[in-house]
Design a protein around this ligand. Structure first.
Ligand code: MSP
Length: 713
């Protein structure tokens, strides 16, 4: 310890001599001691650190600050009800990106909030006989509560009724009026209130004689609007926008959305109506009391007003955060963000956001989940039933960001069982449990690794590189899939090394296997921290490698020398397998609430004996067992069922038991299960098993030797 501290001080002085400037002073005064120790783990890295310091000094301070900052936003939500899974999804994407950047040592500002003005809100409030402000106020607590439950680490929650926002939007309008970018005229056309959209010729409205056209986006009836209005000169910006798209091909992700936007702009832009006289619930237009600001002109500006735009005392703050690095939004609001918003910013002489991350919809029964369709899933019920982090994982893993994805309770439970409890949970449990059962608490630093261990390390380094690439590309689902590929590698290694045998014949080799899994777990848990922060902190604590957020957190993992010692202690299993809660994914119903709080009732209408007799449970002897190629989990068992014949049955026992342990055992099988193919091989039944507290399955054995083929009754 003393040595480490001395080394840290020496390094500090060395760095100061090199870097001779405040940034280093600042770094060393503010960084936690643990960071020094991490830095000291590798001399090459320490040198790199100092070189970096020298390089940093060559840049001007402001650039440095900007480069080390990450500003991420979510759309602001219409507050007509409590948040649903769709709103959680947008916010969660931003949270994971925010945390990922914190893990890279950046200062992060994560903004979310609510969109509280406009016709849609006014109508919803009127429907329940409330004033709009009282109506929106009634939902805000629910947002904060839900976002806190789901561990969303936002820095600020903006409400468009906040007075600083109102004043800043008015200042923005005044400046554009002064510049001549806004003028007064008359608007006549179709308007969709649920989408708060003025529809244009390009929206291909089908106007049939005497019929009201439906909105092309939400399919609901539109209404005709005829009123005096202020227009924003959008048409002036078409060519500048096209040039911008051309010069910034990564502005919109995924790229296909960029093509849609370019086509929309290239076919010509009309000036945009940005005020209403037929409603009163909105920001009063400066200098013209008859008008209120169109809700999108008000709402889009939240991204700048929240960080200080239009507030003279926050000028520096604004300059340090804007432009946003990533703006997350759903595919239904691309036009507003990719066309109107950049044009507003151009008119104001402000830089444009660096990237728009456009996600698809979460669907229920093949339809967009939405409050107005009444098919929304209540995140509170999912939280009650499964906890925040398994749901966070499911949403980030299952939903391919750029596509629409179907929500299903079956998939959620499957992910929790197989990915979290079986794959990841067991990698930790089996490591710590084995150590614990042999009173191993401390794993020493290993200096000479076996070739197999080096293979795992190389695979770990490959994974780190791939994950970095995917995350920087905002492809969170791909990053998670890549991490799981490595979890399977680590599980397969552990299993193949049979450390439970090595502990007796070669204890050093056993320690090496445990150290490999701990190094792997350290990398895995650090990378998974943005998605499951509390669980991963618990995992890291249980191997004695607590997380320190800092500039080098991710870089340290990339050190080719696996040079850590670990302190192991057992913890409760991180993930609990859900009993089947699939009764209903139909949300907000009493039925669903019962799923969240199951009563321990005895079902008087249980199955009759005739139903039980349909299930054939039969005893058989495992005569052969072989790992299935291309699967880290499956064994192919050849099972002797006496007069009923031989059968091949695939069983997912490879991560837990050796073939030897299963061979010549008489176990119980589900005999009349429909045959099915797995990884190209047929399985003709199922080996029954009971899982212990750590999720390790143990085959159900015949109580005494019985003839093969005996049926259980
Ligand atoms: N208030 C506007 C946004 C203004 S931003 C300056 C709005 N609000 S919204 O509440 O209708 O939608 C907000 C975000 O939630 C959108 O990005 C939308 O795509 C997203 N989602 C709403 N339902 C969704 C799903 N079913 N699935 C995924 N996201 C969805 O639009």
């Amino acid at each position: 310890m003393l040595l480490q501290r001395t080394a840290a001080l020496a390094l500090c002085n060395w760095s100061k001599a090199y870097a001779k400037n405040v940034v280093y002073d600042h770094y060393f005064k503010t960084a936690p001691f643990a960071v020094f120790f991490d830095l000291l783990e590798d001399k090459g890295q320490a040198a790199e650190f100092c070189n970096k310091g020298t390089r940093i000094m060559n840049h001007d301070q402001k650039n440095q600050e900007t480069r080390d900052r990450f500003y991420v936003t979510t759309p602001i939500y219409y507050v007509t009800a409590r948040p649903h899974l769709g709103s959680l999804y947008s916010t969660l994407l931003a949270d994971v990106l925010a945390r990922w950047n914190k893990l890279g040592g950046k200062q992060v500002f994560f903004l979310t909030g609510t969109d509280e003005h406009g016709q849609k809100i006014a109508q919803a409030a009127e429907k329940v006989g409330q004033q709009p402000k009282a109506f929106v106020d009634s939902f805000i607590e629910a947002y904060h509560h839900m976002w806190d439950r789901y561990e969303l680490s936002y820095n600020h929650f903006i409400r468009t009724t906040d007075s600083y926002h109102v004043k800043a939007v008015q200042a923005w309008l005044s400046s554009l009026l002064d510049k001549g970018d806004i003028y007064k005229s008359f608007y006549k056309g179709w308007y969709c209130t649920p989408c708060e959209t003025f529809l244009t010729d390009k929206d291909a409205l089908v106007e049939q004689a005497g019929q009201i056209p439906a909105c092309p986006s939400c399919s609901r009836p539109t209404q005709i609007v005829e009123e005096e209005t202020y227009f924003f000169k959008l048409s002036n910006y078409a060519s500048r926008l096209l040039t911008f798209y051309q010069e910034n091909p990564d502005f919109i992700q995924p790229k296909e959305r960029m093509h849609e936007v370019i086509n929309f702009v290239a076919s010509g832009l009309k000036d945009l109506s940005i005020s209403r006289t037929t409603i009163t619930w909105g920001i009063p237009f400066p200098g013209d009391a008859k008008h209120v600001t169109y809700v999108w002109a008000d709402a889009l500006n939240n991204y700048i007003t929240a960080v200080g735009y239009g507030q003279p005392d926050r000028k520096q703050e604004f300059e340090s955060w804007w432009p946003a690095d990533v703006q997350v939004l759903g595919k239904d609001i691309v036009r507003f963000h990719a066309v109107y918003w950049p044009a507003f910013l151009m008119a104001s002489g402000l830089p444009l956001p660096k990237r728009l991350l456009v996600h698809g919809w979460i669907r229920m029964d093949k339809q967009k989940m939405s409050k107005s369709l009444g098919n929304v899933v209540d995140p509170q019920e999912l939280y009650d039933a499964y906890g925040a982090e398994p749901v966070r994982y499911y949403l980030m893993r299952q939903m391919a960001i750029t596509h629409d994805s179907d929500f299903s309770i079956e998939d959620l439970e499957q992910r929790i069982t197989s990915d979290l409890a079986n794959d990841l949970g067991n990698l930790l449990n089996r490591t710590v449990a084995l150590a614990h059962s042999h009173s191993i608490v401390e794993l020493p630093v290993i200096t000479v690794w076996s070739p197999k261990a080096l293979d795992v390390r190389d695979e770990c380094l490959n994974m780190l590189e791939d994950v970095e690439k995917y995350m920087n590309d905002c492809s969170i689902h791909l990053a998670l899939a890549r991490i799981w590929k490595f979890i399977n590698t680590a599980n397969a290694y552990f299993h193949a090394q049979e450390p439970w045998k090595l502990i007796k014949k070669d204890p050093e080799a056993c320690l090496q296997v445990l150290s490999v899994t701990c190094h792997s777990l350290r990398a895995i848990a650090t990378l998974l921290w943005p998605v499951m922060p509390h669980k991963m902190e618990a995992l890291l604590a249980s191997i004695g490698a607590p997380l320190h957020l800092g500039e080098h957190t991710r870089d340290n993992l990339k050190l080719a020398t696996w040079n850590k010692g670990f302190m192991l202690h057992q913890i409760q299993p991180l993930f609990v397998k859900p009993e089947s809660k699939q009764a209903s994914a139909k949300p907000m119903t009493e039925e669903k609430k019962q799923v969240a709080h199951p009563e321990p009732v005895c079902d008087q209408n249980g199955i009759g004996i005739e139903d039980f007799l349909k299930v054939e449970l039969v005893v058989g002897t495992v005569e052969q067992c072989e790992p299935v190629p291309n699967s880290s989990k499956l064994y192919a068992l050849q099972v002797n069922f006496g007069e009923r014949g031989m059968r091949q049955i695939l069983a997912g026992f490879a991560p837990y038991h050796t073939c030897e342990a299963l061979c010549n055992k008489q176990a119980v099988f589900l005999f009349n299960l429909k045959p099915r193919a797995m990884v190209g091989m047929q399985s003709q039944g199922m080996l029954l098993a009971a899982q212990d507290a750590h999720g390790v399955p143990h085959p159900v054995m015949a109580p005494v030797p019985v003839p093969n083929g005996t049926r259980l009754r």
